[in-house]
Design a binder for this molecule. Structure first.
Ligand SMILES: CC(=O)N[C@H]1NC[C@H](CO)[C@H](O)[C@@H]1O
Length: 504
């Protein structure tokens, strides 16, 4: 059978067959398997039916006509009816999909799993040269290798219009990514419009009206993501990467000194002032209420100690605290207080690996995101040996130059290829593709992210042994890239070739 499995990422168990059935838009419908206790419908799925009908049959809209002429029905059954909630770190995404004459049946533990099954089904349907639609008899049992499969976008180095974020969420769902890591603010701009501290964006955004995310923009992104089974993980990075914060919040940043006079420039957040922690507690309290995910990313990367070192008041504080001249102790003091504020808000913190690297005590940490280049599995091993969970980002910095035409470098990544116990390996909860914004805005976001990020998507979802050969993956990824174009995602070409429907 030349049935290269046309689903990307590759499902765990697939039993293909040469038998195929014709589908017609007018006689296709979605439905719920009626069993006793479940309500008859689910808003997340009702919306998904409309989306996927137009994906299956471009140009048609789902009318859900209860007409006698229904010839093919996809029926869904859920073990748990959690249609009102949000996906979270422990949500099951497992599903079973059986396609046979006149019917497909999709069973999942949760509504999020059924969204993954719908995506898979949509990739099984194909058209012949005359435009007729077909689907082959298939049995699939599927689940993700890793629960955390993220995409980071940076909306500070360049502002991204909400539409560009929503488009990325669409594309993420096609590759079964399930976490949108929103690196909202950083040195250059503060686009998040805070309810409590409106001056942060009034003074810190590139423009206080056109280059901000209002509360309704934020709610729109969170809701749009939820309908696709995607979590939104907010990051408010501190104490470094906070230049734009100082514009709208005086006294927050450390004044740098030249000799014994202030130089007029500012450095990281000032960790010696009680007002700093009052402000951070208040901002994080707001963030905790705006973003429903139980996790929040606190950053903690790349703190430059030179400004702290130049400031006599900081040095006096260090002396009083017995830190001597070890500024990593001051950094640890700060981060520990912020993590504690976050846990009081009943959120679990994620921090960049810098925090783990310069801490002696690590018990207060939960999740460490490994991002530095080099022997990143050495770092992963250190973190899991300390009993902490890991998100691996190092091999997937898509903003970084390099042999950019080599998508295989994002595919040939083995997150668990380190010496460790099964328990330690289970602490690697997943990975993340980071597209930092220094050189990215809405003009090049999609081609720079897709389909290269989809290579990481298969690494994070599929079975390693079944997806260890780049040559076998290549034709499948090319076909998937054409599907992305057909769905309106401007995914760049992998190599020489063509798509039945080119992008226009
Ligand atoms: C955790 C982290 O990655 N921090 C910085 N490192 C380099 C990146 C660009 O590749 C960004 O500038 C990012 O802000």
């Amino acid at each position: 059978l030349n049935l290269t499995i046309s689903v990307w990422p590759l499902p765990q168990i697939v039993i293909p067959s040469p038998e195929r059935y014709q589908l017609k838009p007018q006689s296709f419908s979605f439905g719920y398997r009626r069993n006793l206790d479940t309500k008859h419908s689910c808003s997340v799925l009702d919306a998904a039916f409309k989306r996927y009908f137009s994906i299956l049959f471009p140009g048609y809209t789902y009318a859900n006509l209860i007409t006698f002429s229904i010839v093919f029905t996809l029926t869904i059954s859920l073990d748990r009816h959690d249609c009102q909630g949000y996906p979270n770190q422990d949500s099951s995404e497992r599903y079973k999909l059986s396609v046979f004459a006149g019917q497909a049946s999709l069973n999942a533990e949760t509504v999020w799993g059924s969204l993954r099954g719908l995506e898979t089904f949509s990739q099984l349907v194909y058209q012949d040269d005359f435009g007729s639609y077909y689907v082959n008899k298939t049995e699939i049992e599927d689940y993700p290798q890793f629960n955390y499969r993220g995409i980071l976008l940076d909306t500070s180095r360049h502002y991204l219009p909400v539409q560009a974020i929503l488009k990325t969420l669409d594309a993420m769902a096609y590759s079964k990514f399930n976490v949108f890591h929103w690196h909202l603010v950083d040195d250059p701009s503060f686009p998040y419009q805070s309810q409590k501290f409106p001056d942060l964006s009034n003074k810190g955004a590139f423009h206080p009206v056109t280059h901000i995310y209002t509360q309704s923009d934020v709610r729109r992104v969170i809701s749009y993501a939820r309908m696709r089974g995607i979590r939104v993980l907010p990051e408010f990075d501190s104490p470094g990467h906070t230049k734009s914060w100082g514009k709208g919040q005086s006294e927050l940043l450390t004044p740098c000194y030249r000799g014994d006079t202030p130089s007029g420039t500012f450095g990281p957040v000032n960790p010696t002032l009680p007002s700093t922690y009052q402000f951070m507690a208040s901002l994080l309290k707001e963030v905790a209420s705006v973003f429903p995910d139980p996790y929040i990313h606190l950053g903690g990367d790349e703190v430059d100690f030179s400004c702290w070192r130049s400031n006599p008041y900081i040095r006096a504080f260090m002396h009083k605290m017995g830190f001597g001249l070890d500024f990593s102790k001051l950094e640890a003091f700060y981060i520990e207080k912020i993590v504690n504020i976050t846990s009081v808000l009943r959120k679990t913190s994620i921090v960049w690996q810098d925090v783990f690297d310069y801490h002696e005590r690590r018990k207060f940490l939960s999740v460490v995101e490994v991002w530095k280049q080099g022997c990143y599995l050495c770092e992963v091993r250190r973190v899991v040996k300390a009993g902490l969970r890991v998100i691996l980002a190092s091999p997937w910095y898509l903003d970084q130059p390099g042999p950019t035409h080599n998508w295989a470098r994002y595919y040939n990544v083995w997150p668990l290829a380190f010496k460790g116990t099964e328990k330690q390996k289970s602490l690697v909860i997943g990975g993340e593709v980071c597209l930092w914004g220094e050189y990215v805005d809405a003009t090049n976001l999609s081609p720079r992210l897709w389909p290269r990020a989809s290579a990481a998507a298969e690494r994070l979802w599929s079975n390693e042994r079944q997806t260890s050969c780049v040559e076998r993956a290549f034709p499948r990824l090319q076909e998937f890239r054409c599907k992305l174009l057909r769905r309106g995602i401007q995914a760049e070409p992998l190599y020489v070739g063509h798509c039945k429907h080119e992008y226009q």
